[in-house]
Ligand binder design. Structure first.
Ligand code: NDP
Length: 482
């Protein structure tokens, strides 16, 4: 597939360069080579996009019936699937993820628009019993123009998840994708126009986070912000929004535990545990980056996971191996630095993948690594590494398992592997996380399931109907009619 050498912003239904004319080179992390460019948008471009979105909201979108909004989104879902080959290759080249994973991500993006297209006209308000002779309605209304700051790890999926819900709820959108991953958001937004989405309803402005992203977070015309990314940038965005009293949804990643009890079905658990840290090279907010193993089976489970790590093959995204490169040189250095500091501290490697022969020397590769007997307070046990690094710990009994599981600042997702029904529920209640999976694990999946964090993993919920409700606010109408 030939990819255009230059990409443009989408503002008011038109493809436009940045007002400054500046561009950012886009590098394929599989080989380190520049393969296209995106505009370096900034305040002026964000301003134009927010104005276009307001105009579209007033003129057309808020007057569309929910059914018509839903139909457009459903058409977009079908169009995304019809363009799955093209979109998957864009996602693979832009982020480095293996083609099979990119295809799953594009299918999930389509599914978000399908889900929210179908849900658009099923979002109801309520009536409330009040005084005699009165009728009170609590109706759901859109915020107006919503801002979406999207990270680079799942650009297509996270675009679908937040834009799909926002448009279905009746908002118009301005999206700032990560500078490392703009291509699928731009292409899906162009497909949306072809599917009948009126110009200006969905705008995409590329640029640097500290420029275009900061301008979007601070723009007075934005009524709600959906942010996915690091805890630090999340706090910056929330501060900017707080100055304007604007609601924010923050999805800030995690340090999710997989807890394996001695009665677990290991044949079922082990492959899922490995995949949950290898998927997208561990650059997944819900990556299962800690495995907690009951002491009596610790050596056996560690050996099984270690053998799988040793067999992992790493190479270019287009080669479709077990693991691709990390998204960029900065992320590669960050993750390698954490692996090296753990080794320097004497933490034992119990399994490690291999780079395939002939992989480009300038690719951003990091070998998937399993660390054993990790001290609970060590940085690799506490910090979000966002790479293919799994830390193993031993525990004795449910209380210690819960204490270890809850012993980080994060609280996004957890997996529990046990056949004991009572323990399944006790652990689910004891774990501080937005999602707990029992005998399965849904890294990045589950469009129908409410999703979001506790503690430093953020607040607000996305996915499912809960996500749709978040893109509305309640207006109460009280009528005294006697
Ligand atoms: P950031 O949080 O900085 O980036 C996320 C998004 O925010 C990107 O679109 C980015 O744009 C934008 N952004 C950056 N600075 C600002 C700002 N001042 N105002 C508004 N928007 C801004 O994450 P990084 O890319 O720096 O990754 C660092 C770490 O964050 C990772 O190692 C990982 O631990 C975590 N992370 C978590 C994710 C998750 O899914 N929860 C996703 C991505 C990262 P741009 O990229 O153009 O700078």
């Amino acid at each position: 597939m030939s990819i255009p050498r230059q990409h443009l912003n989408l503002i008011d239904g038109q493809s436009r360069p940045a007002a400054s004319g500046e561009v950012i080179e886009v590098i394929d992390p599989s080989d380190g080579q520049v393969f296209t460019s995106i505009p370096r948008g900034a305040d002026g471009d964000i301003d134009a996009a927010v104005n276009a979105a307001h105009d579209a909201f007033r003129r057309v979108w808020r007057n569309q019936t929910a059914t018509d909004r839903g139909r457009i989104l459903s058409r977009l879902a079908a169009s995304i699937l019809a363009h799955q080959d093209e979109l998957s290759e864009l996602e693979c080249r832009d982020t480095g993820k293996p083609m099979a994973q990119a295809r799953v991500d594009i299918a999930a993006c389509a599914r978000y628009f399908e889900f929210y297209g179908g849900a658009a006209d099923k979002l109801h308000g309520e009536t409330i019993p009040y005084t005699a002779g009165s009728t009170v309605m609590a109706i759901r209304v859109p915020h107006g123009v919503t801002g979406h700051i999207i990270p680079w790890n799942y650009p297509a999926q996270i675009f679908g998840r937040s834009v799909g819900a926002s448009l279905a709820a009746g908002n118009c959108c301005v999206v700032k994708p990560a500078e490392d991953a703009c291509l699928t958001p731009l292409r899906v937004a162009a497909l949306a126009l072809e599917c009948g989405l009126p110009p200006g309803v969905l705008n995409v402005v590329c640029g640097l986070g500290r420029e275009a992203g900061a301008a979007l977070a601070a723009h007075p015309g934005i009524a709600h912000i959906s942010f996915t990314g690091s805890t630090e940038t999340g706090a910056t965005v929330a501060e900017a929004a707080a100055r304007r009293h604007v609601p924010v949804t923050l999805e800030l990643g995690g340090k999710s535990p997989q807890i394996v009890f001695a009665d677990a079905d290991l044949g079922q658990a082990v492959p899922v545990i490995v995949n949950a840290i290898i998927q997208s090279a561990g650059q997944t907010c819900t990556a299962g980056s800690r495995v907690l193993i009951e002491r009596s089976i610790y050596a056996e489970v560690l050996a099984q996971i270690g053998a799988r790590f040793d067999a992992l093959r790493i190479g270019p995204g287009l080669s479709d191996l077990d693991c691709g490169p990390l998204v960029n040189r900065r992320q590669q250095h960050k993750v390698m630095g954490m692996i090296e500091s753990a080794q320097a501290d004497g933490i034992r490697i119990a399994g490690q993948g291999k780079l395939v022969a002939g992989a480009p020397v300038d690719g951003c590769y990091v070998l998937p690594t399993l660390f054993a007997d990790v001290p609970a307070g060590h940085a690799i046990a506490q910090k979000e590494i966002f790479g293919p690094v799994l830390s193993a710990f031993a525990f004795e009994g449910e209380d210690e398992a819960a204490e270890l599981a809850n012993g980080t600042d994060f609280g996004l997702t957890a997996g529990v592997w046990t056949r004991d029904g009572g323990r399944q529920l006790r652990m689910a209640h004891a774990i501080e996380a937005g999602q707990v999976f029992i005998n399965n694990y849904g890294a990045g999946g589950g469009i129908e399931l409410p999703f979001g964090g506790m503690k430093h993993s953020g607040y607000g919920r996305e996915k499912a109907f809960e996500g749709l409700r978040g893109f509305t606010t309640i207006k109460t109408i009280a009528i005294k009619h006697g």
